[in-house]
Design a protein. Structure first.
Length: 647
C-alpha cells in the first residue's frame, strides 16, 4: 500500500496528494480589537518587555470530570519545569494569577465573536457556557484557559465548493514565551487574557496550496469587520494534517500563511514515511507485540572519551546511558521529512520531555562518524549484547534526566511499530516540523463553576446584524464588476475604508479609480511610512472626500492633506481658497526668483525646480496639470523674449 514515494515539493501534483490521502484543516486564532481583556478589566494590546515582579510556579495535572488524566498534562508533568512569569503591573492583575475570581466576559469581545460566527454562517448557541481547558505547559499561570463555544456547523465558499466550519470559540490568549532552556521556562504576561477567537474548519483541504488559500479567505473575512487586531502574533493558525492510515497531527502556531504549504507537505511526507517505516519493521519481524529494547549505564566505559559533549558531561559528574534496539540497524537514518531522518524524532522527544536541550543530545551507531572511537562503540555494544543487526543509542546528562530520556527513547521506538503517535508539532523555519507535545484529548476540558451562562438574546443578534459588513468574497465580486483597479481589489475589500468607498462612488459621485486611489493606495502608502497612526480616521477621510466633492480641495491635494491630517486632524473650513490659473502668476514669479538665486542647479532643470516650489504652495487649491501648464507657458515666454532681445 505504501509503495508511493514522495517527490520534491515543487513536483507534487493534486493526483499525488490524492494517492496518499492528504487531508488538512485549520484552527485559526485571531486576537480581537477590544479595550479590555476577556475576564478582567486590564487593558488589552499593551506590549512591553519591562516587568515589575516575577512569580515561580510548578504545574501539576488534575483529574477530569470522568476521573482521567490528559496525556498532554502527564507529559508536561514529566518535564519538571520551573515556570517563571514576568509581570508588568500596568497589564496584569490578580485575576490572571488565579488569586481573585473572574469578571463577567467582556461584552465587546463577545459581540465580535458572534459577528464573525455569523459571517462564517455558523448556527449560534442560545447560551454561552464557559469551560476550562487544561494547559500544563505553563503558558497560562492558572493551569487552565477559560473558553466558550459561540457557534457550530457553518461554511465559507472556496471556489466551486464550500469549506465546512466546525465551530467558533472565544477564549483567553496565553503568555508570550521568552525562553525555554533545560528545566527553566520564562513567560511574559502582557498578552495573557486578551480576547481571542478560534475558528475551526473541517479537514476539507486536499493539497497544501488549498490550506494556504483557505487560510487567506478566513483571514480576510475576519479583517472585514475592522474589529480584529493586526500585526505580528495577532493571527496564528494551527494546521491539522493526516494521510491514509495516519492520524491527525497538529502543527502549532504557524505565524505566516505563506509557510503552510511547505509545512503541510513535510508533515504529510513525514506521516507517509513513518507508515513505510512501520512496514519495514514488520518485514523484519518487529511489531508492537515483538518489540524489545535493552538499556544500561555506560558511564564507566566512556569515562576517557574524547567526544566533547560526553567528556564535558563527565567533568560535571553526569551520567551516560545506552539503549539497544534489536533489529533496527540503519533505521535511525530512515528519511521522514526533507533533510530529516527518524533519529530526529527521538532527539526531539529527549529535548522536550527529558529537558536535554543542548544539541546533540543523542548519538547512535547508524551514524558513528565524528563521535565515539571505534573501540568505544565496540565496548558499548558489547555491554548491551548488540549485534550488527541492532542499533545502539547513547544519551547523557543529569541522572534523573537521563532516566527519563531512556524511557522516552524506548517509548518512541515502540510507537514506530504502531504507526504515527498523536502529537502537537512545532512549525520550524525550514518548513519541517518538530515535536512539541502529546496531542491533547477531551480529558482536559471541564465546566467552569465561577461564571454563569450568558444568554444570547434575539435583540443582541439583531443589533449585530445591522453592523455586519458585506462578505469579503461579495465585495471582491462587486469590485470586479465595477472595474476597480486590480491591485486595489483584494486590499480594499478587507479595508476599513470599504464602506466609505461605496459611499464615495454611490453618493458622492466619485470615479471608481479615483475613489480606490484615495481610499486604498494613499492609506497604504501612509501606513508603510508611518504606521497605522499615520492614517486619518474614517470620519476625517469622509470630510476630505466631501471637501473634494464640494470643490474646496483638488484630487491631487488629497494625499498632502491626509499626511497633515493623520497627526493634526482636518478642518475643511481652514483650507486655503481655490485658485484660478490667472492667480498663479505671482507664485511662479516668486518661485523662479528663488530657484535662480540659489544657484545650486543645472540651468536646464530650472523649470522643474520651479514647478516643485509652486506645487508646495498651491497643492490642493488648483489641479496640478494647470500648474504645470502655466509654468511651461511662463518659461516659453521667457525663452521667446530672450530670442527677441538677441535679435
Amino acid at each position: 500500500m505504501y509503495e508511493f514515494e514522495f517527490k520534491p515539493y515543487e513536483e507534487m501534483t493534486p493526483e499525488d496528494y490524492a494517492t496518499v490521502g492528504f487531508m488538512s484543516g485549520l484552527e485559526v486564532h485571531q486576537q480581537l480589537l477590544t479595550k479590555s481583556k476577556l475576564f478582567c478589566r486590564c487593558p488589552a494590546g499593551r506590549y512591553s518587555h519591562e516587568y515589575h515582579a516575577e512569580i515561580l510556579r510548578h504545574m501539576r495535572p488534575t483529574l477530569s470530570e470522568l476521573g482521567e488524566y490528559d496525556g498532554t498534562a502527564l507529559m508536561e508533568f514529566k518535564t519538571k519545569k520551573n515556570i517563571t512569569y514576568r509581570i508588568n503591573k500596568e497589564t496584569v492583575c490578580t485575576y490572571e494569577m488565579d488569586d481573585t475570581p473572574p469578571f463577567m466576559m467582556d461584552d465587546e469581545a463577545l459581540d465580535i465573536a458572534l459577528e464573525i460566527s455569523m459571517l462564517s454562517e455558523l448556527s449560534l448557541v442560545d447560551e454561552v457556557h464557559i469551560a476550562r481547558k487544561q494547559y500544563l505547559d505553563g503558558s497560562i499561570p492558572t493551569g487552565f484557559q477559560r473558553t466558550a463555544i459561540c457557534g457550530v456547523h457553518g461554511s465559507v465558499p472556496y471556489g466551486d465548493r464550500k469549506i465546512s466550519m466546525i465551530q467558533l470559540g472565544i477564549e483567553e490568549d496565553s503568555c508570550r514565551e521568552i525562553s525555554d532552556i533545560g528545566h527553566e521556562r520564562i513567560y511574559n504576561t502582557d498578552r495573557l487574557g486578551m480576547p481571542l477567537i478560534e475558528l475551526v474548519t473541517g479537514p476539507d483541504m486536499r493539497t497544501p496550496l488549498e490550506v494556504a488559500e483557505v487560510g487567506q479567505i478566513l483571514r480576510k473575512m475576519m479583517r472585514t469587520t475592522g474589529r480584529v487586531r493586526r500585526g505580528i502574533g495577532a493571527t496564528r493558525a494551527d494546521t491539522n494534517v493526516s494521510v491514509t492510515g495516519g492520524t491527525r497531527i497538529e502543527i502549532k502556531g504557524v505565524p505566516k500563511i505563506g509557510m503552510m504549504p511547505l509545512l503541510t507537505f513535510n508533515e504529510a511526507q513525514r506521516q507517509w514515511n513513518l507508515l513505510r517505516l512501520r512496514e519495514e519493521l514488520k518485514r523484519r519481524g518487529i511489531t508492537e507485540e515483538t518489540f524489545t529494547a535493552r538499556s544500561a549505564d555506560v558511564t564507566r566505559i566512556l569515562k576517557r572519551t574524547r567526544f566533547l559533549p560526553i567528556a564535558d558531561a563527565m567533568k560535571k559528574g553526569q551520567v551516560v546511558s545506552a539503549v539497544c534496539l534489536p533489529g533496527w540497524a540503519e533505521l535511525l537514518r530512515w528519511q521522514t521529512q526533507d533533510n530529516t531522518v527518524f533519529s530526529r524524532e527521538i532527539a526531539d522527544r529527549v529535548r522536550v520531555i527529558a529537558c536535554l536541550s543542548v544539541l546533540p543530545n543523542i548519538i547512535h551507531s547508524d551514524a558513528m562518524s565524528e563521535t565515539l572511537s571505534g573501540a568505544e562503540w565496540k565496548d558499548s555494544k558489547a555491554a548491551l549484547k548488540c549485534t550488527s543487526a541492532d542499533t545502539l543509542m547513547i544519551v547523557w546528562g543529569d541522572a534523573g534526566d537521563v532516566e527519563t530520556a531512556v524511557k522516552e527513547i524506548i517509548i518512541r521506538a515502540k510507537e514506530a511499530t504502531i504507526g504515527i503517535p498523536s502529537e502537537t508539532r512545532q512549525a520550524l523555519r525550514d518548513g519541517t516540523t518538530g515535536f512539541e507535545r502529546i496531542l491533547p484529548g477531551p480529558q482536559r476540558m471541564y465546566p467552569d463553576t465561577d461564571l454563569p451562562p450568558i444568554r444570547v438574546t434575539p435583540e443582541r443578534l439583531a443589533r449585530l446584524r445591522e453592523r455586519m459588513p458585506v462578505q469579503y468574497w461579495d465585495r471582491v465580486r462587486r469590485y470586479q464588476e465595477l472595474k476597480v483597479p486590480k491591485d486595489a481589489i483584494e486590499g480594499l475589500a478587507i479595508s476599513p475604508h470599504a464602506p466609505l468607498f461605496e459611499e464615495a462612488v454611490s453618493e458622492m459621485g466619485f470615479d471608481v479609480t479615483d475613489a480606490a486611489i484615495m481610499l486604498w493606495r494613499y492609506p497604504r502608502r501612509l501606513r508603510r511610512k508611518g504606521g497605522a497612526e499615520a492614517v486619518p480616521s474614517i470620519d476625517t477621510m469622509r470630510a476630505i472626500l466631501q471637501a473634494v466633492r464640494d470643490g474646496k480641495l483638488t484630487k491631487d491635494g488629497v494625499l498632502h492633506v491626509m499626511r497633515r491630517s493623520g497627526a493634526n486632524g482636518f478642518n475643511a473650513a481652514a483650507l486655503s481658497p481655490r485658485l484660478e490659473r490667472k492667480d498663479l502668476t505671482s507664485f511662479i514669479a516668486k518661485a523662479t526668483q528663488q530657484v535662480r538665486y540659489s544657484r545650486l542647479h543645472d540651468q536646464a532643470n530650472i523649470p522643474n525646480l520651479t514647478l516643485d516650489r509652486v506645487m508646495d504652495e498651491v497643492r490642493g487649491r488648483i489641479p496640478g496639470a494647470d500648474v504645470a501648464a502655466e509654468v511651461e507657458a511662463h518659461f516659453a515666454k521667457e525663452t521667446q523674449a530672450a530670442k527677441e532681445t538677441q535679435a
